[in-house]
Design a protein around this ligand. Structure first.
Ligand SMILES: [Ca+2]
Ligand SMILES: [Ca+2]
Ligand SMILES: [Ca+2]
Ligand SMILES: [Ca+2]
Length: 221
């Protein structure tokens, strides 16, 4: 249990994926071909929806380490005359410079982050979905077995991790629940026979003892 906790705590301490990813996300259904900058592939798998209308504006730029245009921003225009405003609604980036956009983030009409999707292993398939609440992610869903469905769900309150749910047998239902307190793993519930009910709760006894000792110290002061 302790080695498992240690391993999981390390996992929890890994910097959030979103922090590493330059950013943008919305499923492209029948979007028109992206406006492609010189030297790029014709289809860079854009997921930012650009309607091409007068209320949209597309900007292509290159990040510092890229020789090609690898960042696309789509803006929406609203209002008229002096009231006219431009708001970023989607941003997508080719983070490994292979000509394919692999991170896409969408924003609401006030410019706040909404969703991010990423192909973090660059195999052409989205494997990470981030839902934002304000500036912080409220949920990060990760597909670890490449079947297109998330099997690890990380839940946050504010900027703090409060729970990780894992679907260990990939049947679409979570069967391991890690509960965090103050950013530290507190207990793990395991549904061993995959019937939807937790069979066992493992606690971090070391943490519980440390907290008890601290409380006793405070009481004796
Ligand atoms: Ca790429
Ligand atoms: Ca992928
Ligand atoms: Ca999966
Ligand atoms: Ca399961």
């Amino acid at each position: 249990m302790r080695s498992m906790l240690g391993r999981l705590q390390k996992l929890a301490a890994v910097p959030l994926l979103f922090a590493l990813l330059p950013a943008c996300g919305e499923k492209k259904e029948a979007a028109p071909p992206p406006r492609v900058a010189t030297g790029q592939r014709q289809d860079d798998q854009s997921r930012c929806v650009d309607t091409g209308g007068p209320d949209r504006e597309v900007s292509e730029t290159a990040s510092t380490a890229s020789k090609d245009m690898n960042v696309r921003r789509v803006y929406a225009h609203s209002g008229h005359g002096e009231e006219r405003a431009r708001v970023l609604i989607c941003r997508e980036v080719d983070t490994n410079f292979d000509g394919i956009k692999d991170v896409v983030r969408t924003y609401d009409d006030r410019g706040d982050k909404l969703m991010e999707q990423a192909d973090s292993d660059y195999d052409g398939r989205i494997d990470t979905w981030i839902t934002f609440a304000g500036s912080y992610p409220s949920k990060i869903e990760i597909d670890t077995n490449g079947d297109g469905s998330p099997d690890v769900i990380r839940l946050y309150v504010g900027s703090q991790l409060v729970r990780i749910q894992r679907d260990l047998n990939f049947d679409g239902e979570p069967d391991q629940f890690e509960v965090y307190r103050g950013g530290r793993l507190d207990r793990i519930g395991v549904d061993e026979d995959f019937d939807g009910k937790v069979d066992r709760w493992d606690r971090d006894e070391e943490l519980a003892r440390a907290e008890l000792a601290e409380a006793q110290n405070r009481a004796s002061e």
